[in-house]
Design a protein around this ligand. Structure first.
Ligand SMILES: CC(C)(COP(=O)(O)OP(=O)(O)OC[C@H]1O[C@@H](n2cnc3c(N)ncnc32)[C@H](O)[C@@H]1OP(=O)(O)O)[C@@H](O)C(=O)NCCC(=O)NCCS
Length: 176
């Protein structure tokens, strides 16, 4: 199975919307509104076109990942970082490595664009394989009341998180 990864374009919006809806349909910890979140983020200042990426198999969009800008702030400093949310693969294509490919490719593009780290809220068994660690190891605090084991961060280069401490400020589109 050949999996092609590329930046989304306007013609993909409808397929991406439907794919996200289907991917999260049976997810217990989902509000089933992730497809609307992506639409809001696209229109926001947090959006980075190169970091809305699709996976195609035989010209069908089967996966999508979005990374948007966020800030990690403390009393004296503010650090730019990224939010990984959401990542989605069509149910019938799950478990074939597409999610992994999207995540690793998004890291590569983010790094090329000069971003130093990525933050996410996600399943503790899935993301550590890509190098994600708990945010509390770094003194990075999430703005939600969620279990610490689900709050994760990755440095995209050696010093990506050196000196970075504070509270994560997500784009306002996450709360609308
Ligand atoms: C999470 C998701 C993107 C992973 O994509 P995928 O293409 O199925 O993942 P891969 O094939 O690369 O990896 C499969 C591995 O991930 C694990 N996995 C997949 N979804 C998981 C989840 N929600 N929690 C824990 N582990 C998960 C599988 O058990 C499998 O583990 P194994 O390699 O040890 O057998 C996909 O399952 C999906 O769209 N899920 C619904 C939406 C969702 O929950 N998104 C994440 C929250 S933002």
């Amino acid at each position: 199975m050949e999996i092609k990864l590329r930046q989304e374009n306007e013609k993909d919006y409808k397929s991406i919307f439907q794919l996200i809806e289907k991917a999260f349909e049976n997810e217990e910890y989902s509000d089933h509104k992730e497809q609307f979140l992506v639409e809001r983020l696209r229109k926001s200042d947090a959006f980075i076109p190169e970091l809305s990426i699709v996976a195609e198999v035989e010209n069908e969009i089967v996966g999508h990942i979005l990374l948007t800008k966020l800030e990690i702030k403390n009393d004296t400093k503010s650090f730019g970082s990224l939010a990984l949310a959401p990542v989605s693969v069509l149910p019938e294509f799950q478990g074939k490595g597409i999610g992994s490919k999207l995540i690793l490719y998004s890291h590569k593009v983010a790094k090329e664009l000069g971003y130093k780290s990525i933050i996410l809220l996600g399943h503790q068994d899935y993301y550590p394989r890509f190098g994600y660690e708990l945010t509390n190891k770094y003194g990075i605090e999430m703005p939600f009341d969620v279990p610490a084991e689900n709050c994760m961060v990755i440095a995209l280069n050696e010093n990506g998180l050196s000196g970075v401490k504070g509270r994560v400020v997500y784009p306002s589109a996450f709360f609308e």
